[in-house]
Design a protein around this ligand. Structure first.
Ligand SMILES: O=C(O)CCC(=O)C(=O)O
Ligand SMILES: [Fe+2]
Length: 328
């Protein structure tokens, strides 16, 4: 498969420990509009915490499939996504907030005999930090839409957002020839997603004209993707990033994706001021959960697959359901 890389330098790296300067605001605005993707530094998450979560999660992923399936789709907790759902090479464990410790502990208790709170404590630490970070980033993103829009819309529209984490483990085939798709192209259903990928790399983001850009892992840097909910809420002034994971080496790859989402019952409807007088409204109002269910119920719309997106669901102009799969 051939794909071009785009110069990653044209995308901003945002220092989230500082107030936004005029120039970083304008490059952030450009990145959110054109890519739905940017990177952050000085986020306050230590390398040690990532290591710790990796080590502890790896113990769980190394358990036999029969054990892990006790948390699988037909179990009570349903926190584990086994291989062959998203892709043959992908498996994942979900930890839900705001009580990340309890969620992690419930899964660990099913899988492990010994009582140990290390995993749940690390996940609570990570989940709480990601929650605070999501709020900061969301305010920065709102600022790109208009002066003072962060204070104006944060409390009225986003204060009931909640987060959950997916711990992802990719196992490439041993006979890997060139590359394998670890996770097919998709958009996230969140408002925004914060991703940590380990040093193996493989995350790619797609430009509007269909070129794939490699997101080269860089220590201390996290990736932010704008999701479908912000795309709809902003009437497409913010783009939901199209991304995928490509496996190029015969080594396991580890990532953490933290999804910051609207509450299920939220009605998503872009405020007039966000749409702007000169622009047509391109989304009908819709209830968040209805969109999540739409994606769940469509084989092609599941988070892992290329397929229907929020535009197909709530776009004012009907998009034919038989539209060609994107990309290649
Ligand atoms: O593994 C990654 O780097 C990205 C994962 C991702 O896109 C997702 O879980 O939605
Ligand atoms: Fe994603």
């Amino acid at each position: 498969m051939i794909h071009q890389s785009v110069n990653p330098l044209q995308l901003p790296i945002l220092d989230v420990s500082q107030p936004l300067s005029v120039s970083s605001l304008s490059s952030l605005a450009e990145a959110c509009k054109e890519w739905g993707f940017f990177q952050i530094i000085n986020h306050g998450i230590s390398k040690d915490l990532h290591r710790k979560i990796y080590t502890l999660s790896n113990k769980l992923f190394c358990l036999p499939s029969e054990s892990k399936l006790k948390l699988g789709p037909s179990s009570l907790l349903k926190t584990y996504t086994p291989h062959f759902i998203a892709s043959p090479f992908f498996e994942s464990l979900r930890v839900s907030g705001p009580d990340f410790a309890t969620s992690a502990q419930r899964s660990a208790d099913v899988l492990l005999d010994e009582q140990n709170s290390e995993f749940s404590e690390a996940l609570q630490d990570y989940g709480s930090k990601m929650t605070e970070l999501s709020k900061i980033i969301l305010k920065f993103v709102l600022m790109t839409l208009g002066d003072g829009f962060d204070t104006k819309y944060y409390d009225s529209e986003f204060k009931n957002c909640h987060g959950y984490l997916r711990i992802n483990n990719y196992t490439p085939p041993e006979n890997l020839e060139e590359e394998a798709e670890g996770l097919g192209m998709h958009t996230d259903m969140s408002c925004l997603t914060i991703v940590y990928q380990d040093e193996i790399g493989g995350l790619q983001v797609r430009s509007k004209d269909g070129k794939w850009m490699n997101i080269v892992p860089c220590e201390g840097t996290l990736v932010v993707n704008i999701g479908d909910m912000l795309q709809a809420w902003s009437n497409e002034r913010l783009r939901s990033s199209e991304h995928r994971v490509v496996l190029k080496k015969v080594v396991n790859r580890f990532s953490l994706a933290f999804f910051w989402c609207f509450e299920d019952e939220k009605v998503i409807f872009s405020p007039d001021e966000v749409v702007g007088k000169e622009n047509a409204r391109i989304y009908k109002p819709f209830v968040c959960l209805d969109y999540l269910k739409f994606r769940e119920s469509n084989e092609r719309g599941k988070f892992e697959k290329v397929g229907f997106t929020v535009k197909d669901f709530a776009g004012v102009v009907e998009v034919p359901m038989f539209k060609q799969e994107n990309g290649n």
